[in-house]
Design a protein. Structure first.
Length: 137
């Protein structure tokens, strides 16, 4: 399990380079059922130039993965009392990189996808942006 907390110098670099085109051309799926947290993630990525898609339910997220052109995803582990395993499997099947954004960095579902970075809530907007950008490098 990798829990990411970028070094301060990485955050500074991301602030300096933060432009409206950092993730231009990419489509990011936000899978989060808590409206305020989803808004925070949206705000963190909205100035990056990426297209943002949101899902609040597992079935909705799986459908978007099948229908939309998703470049990467930010996934909460627990949606409506269910774990996100089916969403992670769909993302993996479509070769879409994702990060876990969770309040429970020790959840069992994380062990099934050890390649996925883990951000612990709350994370700074810069941390979210840097981590998503690294997925797409």
């Amino acid at each position: 399990m990798k829990t990411l907390k970028p070094a301060l110098d990485q955050v500074r670099v991301s602030r300096e380079r933060r432009t409206d085109t950092a993730l231009s051309g990419y489509s990011i799926l936000i899978v989060e059922d808590e409206p305020l947290i989803a808004l925070d993630v949206h705000a963190a990525l909205s100035t990056s130039g990426a297209s943002l898609i949101a899902a609040t339910r597992l079935a909705e997220a799986r459908d978007l993965i099948r229908r939309a052109e998703v470049s990467a995803a930010v996934v909460d582990i627990n949606l409506g009392g269910e774990d996100c395993s089916s969403v992670c499997q769909a993302l993996s099947d479509h070769r879409i990189p994702f990060i876990f954004y969770t309040g429970n960095a020790n959840a069992d579902v994380i062990k099934a996808w050890p390649h996925a970075p883990v951000l612990t809530k709350p994370a700074s907007p810069e941390c979210i942006l840097v981590t998503v950008a690294k997925l797409l490098q």
